[in-house]
Design a protein around this ligand. Structure first.
Ligand code: GLU
Length: 431
């Protein structure tokens, strides 16, 4: 997991990028870096291993970058190559720089091909290979879009990429596959970010990128295209979180703040779904017949969310008499799960972007099961791809150790089990 931020607009790029990176440090903090276009249109890269403060001081002293109007930034959690200065993002060439979240699985053969073509690599990262491949295609075609398109057709794996070119100094390109990336819509300025908390101080309006979509972001416009370059029209989402929710608000750290927010998160999540003391999911437009006729339940999640799932399993079995299994999402697709029509697969994820949970969801759909997502982020990939979604209303959870998100997941799944008990054909004990 890494954090990506990008800004194009008026002056103040340095501050916007640093603020965004602070908000994204929970996604990775072994190194950080930025690429900022200066007044003369040159791309300046400042990056270093260690915490964000290592580049923060250096950036504040760069008076030449104060008036810059465009840049991208990254906070890293290394997967390929040690957390060193040279392996930090951005990566690129004098023509372009990019930041990356994800893993390029075929980076070794691509790297060898690029070496044969005369490229050299100082870093050990998979990301550097994507950057040089993009450079190669840009040199061969002279077109940003074609180069991006050719690059993403060749790389295998997961990625969210923020890209700037030296000959388009106020433009950011954004493209993704499976890793999260949003485009934030400001007033005379626009953003890219791994999640909305990084830009919430400036805007709560955002587009969630789809895989293989290429977005072109300038200060006054955002052009969304499919892989073939055809324009796509999309409605922006609106985050109903305020900035206080994404800041520490006087608490020494996010985890203690989020523990204190549990009662409120529970109220927001449960109250709209209990009418006259009875579970009622009409606010989610849930279809009772799914719960009524379900033969087996598979709960699939990672980490803490999986523990909410274990609680759910016990309740579905004891209250509703429905056999339930809990599976860790990272193993699910490798176990060739025996599921199909009549099965309900419940995917639990705070961010709605957990890569293994998303892959499990896709496999479950492919096998004909009905998929229900319990997620906290509107517009997230899991929320969009599941057959049905029930949102937890926990607000942003920034601390890596889950607290309020877990509590509301457990509460929601309990409510769902009680609802299933009331309508299930199998077990009416608690009616
Ligand atoms: N694979 C890239 C690296 O190691 C990005 C890491 C990530 O997204 O977690 O630098």
């Amino acid at each position: 997991m890494c954090g990506i931020i990008g800004y194009t607009g008026g002056t103040g790029t340095v501050d916007r990028l640093i603020e965004g990176l602070h908000a994204l440090e929970y996604r990775g903090y072994d190194s950080a870096g930025v690429a900022i276009v200066d007044e003369c249109g040159n791309i300046n890269v400042v990056k270093a291993s260690g915490r964000l403060k290592n580049i923060e001081e250096r950036l504040r002293n760069r008076i030449d970058l104060r008036t810059s109007g465009c840049g991208i930034g990254h906070t890293r959690w290394a997967t390929h190559g040690a957390p060193t200065d040279i392996n930090s993002h951005p990566h690129g060439t004098p023509s372009l720089q990019l930041v990356h979240n994800g893993i390029i699985e075929n980076y070794l053969p691509l790297r060898q091909r690029l070496i044969d073509l005369g490229y050299t690599f100082e870093s050990e990262t998979d990301t550097d290979v994507a950057a040089k491949l993009l450079d190669y295609h840009y040199r061969s075609t002279g077109s940003h879009m074609t180069a991006i398109r050719r690059t993403i057709c060749e790389i295998i794996g997961s990625y969210a990429l923020g890209i700037i070119f030296s000959d388009a100094p106020s433009r950011i390109y954004a493209v993704k596959k499976d890793s999260p990336l949003i485009v934030g819509c400001g007033n005379g300025e626009n953003y890219i970010a791994s999640d909305i908390t990084a830009i919430l101080r400036y805007t709560n309006k955002y587009y969630q990128l789809d895989s293989y979509e290429i977005d072109v972001i300038e200060k006054e416009q955002i052009v969304i295209t499919d892989l073939d370059g055809n324009p796509k029209s999309k409605q922006p989402h609106c985050a109903n979180w305020d900035i206080q929710a994404a800041e520490r608000g006087g608490y020494p750290h996010f985890m203690i703040k989020e523990i204190h927010e549990e009662p409120d998160a529970l109220k927001k999540t449960l109250n709209p779904r209990i009418k006259n003391g009875i579970p009622d999911f009409s606010v989610d437009q849930s279809k009772d017949e799914i719960l009524r006729s379900v033969a087996r339940i598979h709960i699939v999640a990672c980490g803490t969310a999986m523990h909410a799932g274990l609680y759910g399993k016990s309740l579905f079995e004891s209250l509703a008499g429905i056999p339930a299994a809990v599976e860790i999402a990272s193993e699910f697709r490798y176990n060739n799960p025996i599921i199909g029509a009549g099965d309900l697969v419940v995917i639990i994820s705070q961010s709605g972007e957990t890569a293994d949970s998303l892959a499990a969801l896709r496999l479950a759909k492919q096998k004909g099961a009905y998929t229900l997502a319990i997620v906290n982020v509107i517009g997230s990939s899991i929320a969009r791809e599941a057959d049905h979604v029930i949102f937890t209303w926990a607000g942003p959870e920034i601390a890596v150790a889950s607290t309020k998100a877990y509590t509301v997941q457990a509460a929601l799944i309990a409510l769902l089990a009680i609802k299933t008990n009331r309508i299930s054909a199998r077990q009416n004990r608690y009616k």
